[in-house]
Design a protein around this ligand. Structure first.
Ligand SMILES: Nc1ncnc2c1ncn2[C@@H]1O[C@H](COP(=O)(O)OP(=O)(O)OP(=O)(O)O)[C@@H](O)[C@H]1O
Ligand SMILES: [Mg+2]
Length: 281
């Protein structure tokens, strides 16, 4: 077994729909060492979110079935861990940064309400004693960490009162509340304009580096891969087809599929980032 903080070992997941079985993940293996920045990239439908859900224990079974493999966090096999133990890890040892702030935030509660509720559940799971005032102080602290200028005002706000970039930062703050060691970000910022998305990615990168966290960045965008990771796993049709240090992958992609992904990165001057793409639209 590897020494990685998170290690996915030959994971296979099937989905059964209308009596048919689809092999959605086929022997996926990946390692996320402590303090590393790893990307998982692939086109739409390649299995990235299913991989993330399997790691977080969020796959609905049925229709999904774990057909094989193991997932280790800090040496413990998550798939055989009792539910209670597993719940303790979710949102505490490892956290998700969700993609779509509008559907991930509840419009009728303030940011402080939503964040203190998350903290209350996390505290309960971890048998940690903390009163309401301390929880609110922690919320302000985390909002400051994600570079909110006026954390008290943001905490009192309803989601609709914040800009898209601020809402995405709130989601990052939520993921940080319980001081996880691993952040899993599934396409963060894709609902934002490119400038704001770039700021969000920079913030995430700065946070994980400053706080010594590991980051698993899930994206279909190779620009994001280049900005945020030092090692990359390329997925296609439910399989990892190539994995290398990010710089090497861009310098000399091996797989035709990876070459096609790289060629498809758009360029503002027309054509594509690395010449003319020989891929179907
Ligand atoms: N609940 C489900 N029932 C049946 N099939 C599913 C279900 N969820 C996902 N799938 C299938 O699993 C495959 C992988 O989906 P997944 O959501 O992991 O893709 P993805 O790589 O995250 O794509 P995107 O970039 O669009 O987010 C797809 O072919 C999808 O149709
Ligand atoms: Mg997805």
């Amino acid at each position: 077994m590897s020494q990685a903080l998170l290690s996915v070992d030959n994971l296979s997941v099937d989905f059964s729909t209308y009596g048919q079985t689809h092999h959605v993940l086929k022997n996926v293996s990946l390692d996320v060492p402590a303090r590393s920045q790893i990307a998982l990239v692939g086109e739409s439908g390649s299995g990235k979110t299913v991989t993330m859900k399997a790691i977080m224990g969020l796959l609905r079974q049925p229709p999904a079935t774990i057909a094989g493999g193991r997932i280790f966090y800090d040496g413990r096999d998550l798939l055989t861990l009792p539910d209670k133990e597993r719940l303790k890890l979710r949102g505490t040892a490892m956290s998700m940064v969700f993609q779509d702030p509008m559907s991930s935030l509840n419009p009728v509660f303030t940011i402080a309400d939503q964040m203190t509720t998350i903290l209350k559940y996390a505290d309960r799971r971890l048998d940690r004693q903390r009163n309401g005032r301390d929880r609110l102080a922690r919320v302000h602290e985390v909002l400051t960490q994600v570079r909110m200028r006026d954390p008290e005002r943001v905490a009192r706000s309803y989601p609709i009162m914040l800009s898209g970039g601020m809402r995405q930062r709130v989601l990052i703050a939520m993921a940080l509340l319980s001081e996880p060691k691993l952040l899993i970000a599934d396409e963060p910022g894709t609902a934002l304009d490119v400038t704001t998305q770039a700021q969000i990615l920079k913030l995430l990168k700065d946070l994980v580096e400053a706080r010594g966290l590991a980051l698993l960045m899930i994206t279909h965008n190779l620009g994001v891969v280049r900005e945020t990771s030092s090692y990359v796993y390329v997925m296609n049709k439910g399989q990892v087809v190539e994995h290398r240090p990010t710089a090497e992958l861009f310098a000399a992609p091996r797989e035709d599929y990876t070459k096609a992904l790289i060629a498809a990165v758009p360029r503002l001057t027309g054509g594509t980032r690395f010449g003319t793409a020989e891929v179907a639209p």
